[in-house]
Design a protein around this ligand. Structure first.
Ligand code: PHE
Ligand code: NA
Length: 514
């Protein structure tokens, strides 16, 4: 147990690191896509309900499990879970949590490396004189590994390796390194975000060319923020909302437990967890919805967004829209936008490295350098197939199994462990010990009954999701044919990944806007 003496430098550092863990590419690339593709105002209520009934409870559960394990000298999920129940199964579930992190880190670092490359290209002014279709083609060429950087071929591979090396280096500095990156990265991210959101809101009514109707930046926001209650009866939207809440808060993976394992045993959990969670929500629903959506709506119109919304838009469309602001402001905006994405990404990928490092250090006495390098090598090995075969849907498979299904299963398991096996009487004491806020007692009931029942619902719902996530047709099929329209292949991929397939088709068919 060589790392037991490691601890966070300050409360601010802890909160920034935890917020950095949660605030990630999910807030800026995933949230707007989920929100728009699930009907805007129809998405937002299920989303907020999932935040309160699953997100917040899971944050408290994970933080207090982490501190509990840390008190017993454990800094990774296998032994944290094991310290709450001695049944061997929990250790294996914890191991599963470590591997999810490595698998997600593999493709996450790849997207992160795009943002690094694009930030540098924005400084260089690569996009400043390009048309929309050339910018879209650049992205296409980039992921096809046919662009070079300063004479180095396949810049996508090059930047991926650079990105893994940066992560490895910072991880080798331990908690202090992570804390430092969060202290620099998070404030800058918020500053850049506020600047871009301000620009987004003040574009007003304009159109980028005659090809487009007079567009309005506010249309996108109205679409998103006009609640539609009929969505409450649509399972597909609930599943998408729950998936987004898991991914964005970083719950169900073990990163939060591992960070919290370095909290001192009497230090506050309840308020810290709430603060970090709400910081993520601020960045997601305020900054995450005030950049891509209004800027694209302002120039192309809402209909265009509804049709083309994909996470590729951040790379294929944003640089072109920034160009409308003149050369200087365009590069500033480009650096801010891709810099923001990079900081969001790196503070999350660092979190994915800590479970492995904590495990190897606690159980095998590995030092940080050895832990960090081995993590980096695994990310490289698993990530390179994503880089090389991105076009063939490798990425989607990874994201679905590692980034969605695993999180729900893990979250369900840990909730049962916490509320039913460890027991909520002790569990509640863990949450409230040292608490700097009063945790509403209703959450005792929520954590014990509501959260697990909802998690089971999400899990079962994901398994039976019909083709195209079309529940209405599925139910009428059921009443006429007496069976559920399973489609073994598409059943699962449809829920979360339609937008990514969309991104792929966009990449090969760039919008011809001159
Ligand atoms: N929450 C991060 C995001 O929104 C992703 C993440 C998931 C990070 C799980 C760590 C663990 O991008
Ligand atoms: Na997030």
């Amino acid at each position: 147990m060589s790392s037991t003496k490691e601890a966070w430098g300050s409360r601010l550092g802890l909160i920034l690191a935890m917020a950095g863990n949660s605030v990630g590419l999910g807030n800026f690339l995933r949230f707007p896509v989920q929100a728009i593709n699930n009907g805007g105002g129809t998405f937002i209520i299920p989303y907020l309900v999932c935040f309160v009934l699953m997100g917040i409870p899971l944050l408290w559960i994970e933080w207090s499990m982490g501190r509990f394990g840390g008190r017993h000298g454990h800094h990774s999920t296998p032994f944290i879970l094991n310290s709450m129940s001695s049944k061997p199964i929990w250790k294996y579930i914890g191991v599963f949590g470590i591997f999810t992190n490595i698998a997600v880190a593999a493709y996450y670092c790849y997207i992160e490396s795009w943002t690094l490359s694009y930030a540098i290209h924005s400084i260089k002014g690569t996009f400043s004189s390009l048309s929309q279709s050339s910018i879209a083609l650049f992205f296409d060429d980039y992921i096809n590994l046919s662009t070079s950087f300063l004479g180095i071929p396949s810049e996508a591979v090059f930047f991926f390796i650079i990105c893994v090396v940066i992560n490895t280096y910072i991880l080798s500095k331990g908690l202090a390194g992570i804390e430092k990156v969060a202290k620099i990265g998070m404030p800058l991210l918020i500053l850049f975000g506020i600047f871009l959101a301000f620009k987004g809101l003040t574009i007003g009514t304009t159109a980028v060319s005659e090809q487009f109707p007079l567009a309005n930046a506010w249309d996108g926001l109205n679409y998103l923020w006009t609640p539609q209650y009929d969505s409450l009866l649509r399972p597909g939207i609930w599943l998408a909302a729950a998936g987004q809440i898991f991914f964005t808060l970083s719950v169900g993976m073990g990163t939060i437990h591992c960070y919290a394992a370095y909290v001192k045993s009497k230090d506050d959990i309840a308020l810290n967890a709430t603060t970090a969670g709400f910081t993520n929500e601020f960045v997601e629903i305020v900054l995450g919805s005030l950049i891509v959506i209004p800027i694209a709506a302002g120039y192309f119109g809402l209909d265009w967004i509804k049709e083309h919304m994909s996470f590729g838009m951040a790379f294929q469309t944003m640089p072109f829209l920034f160009n409308q602001w003149g050369a200087v402001l365009a590069s500033v905006a480009g650096v801010f936008w891709f810099g923001l994405l990079f900081f969001a990404g790196i503070t999350s990928s660092l979190a994915m490295g800590t479970p492995w490092m904590g495990f190897m250090s606690d159980e095998f006495g590995w030092n940080k350098i050895k832990g960090a390098i081995s993590f980096g090598l695994m990310v490289l090995a698993l990530g390179l197939p994503c880089v090389l075969f991105y076009k063939y849907g490798y990425f989607e498979q990874y994201d679905y199994w590692a980034g969605t299904v695993s999180l729900v299963i893990f979250a369900l398991a840990e909730t049962i462990l916490f509320a039913w096996i460890f027991g909520l009487t002790k569990g509640w004491k863990e949450i409230t010990t040292g608490a700097d806020m009063t945790v509403p007692t209703i959450f005792k009931f929520i954590i014990k009954y509501i959260t697990p029942v909802l998690l089971i619902g999400v899990f079962l719902g994901a398994l039976i999701t019909p083709v195209n996530n079309n529940w209405i047709d599925a139910f009428s099929y059921l009443t006429t044919n007496g069976s559920w329209p399973f489609d073994g292949q598409s059943l699962i991929l449809q829920i979360t990944n339609t937008e990514k397939y969309h991104a792929l088709s966009l990449a090969t068919d760039p919008q011809a806007i001159e």
